[in-house]
Design a protein around this ligand. Sequence first.
Ligand SMILES: [Zn+2]
Length: 74
Amino acid sequence: MARKMADCRRFESDNGCSLTIIGEEQEVMEAAAQHAVSAHGHEDTPELRGQIQGMLESEESYTFGTRASEPFPS
Ligand SMILES: [Zn+2]
């Protein structure tokens, strides 16, 4: 099964977060949800999980260095 990526660089954030999480989808969901709560002040809700699910990319999308960011979808 292909691993998934949640990439904070992809979205604009107050703290300019550069974290990239890559792993099995379930691992990324857990880690990204905890990170969203601890680093970005989100609440761990089904809605948040849905948002994270929607921002998962294939690990092949990973790029080194910086990445152009877009507004976080709300
Ligand atoms: Zn982040």
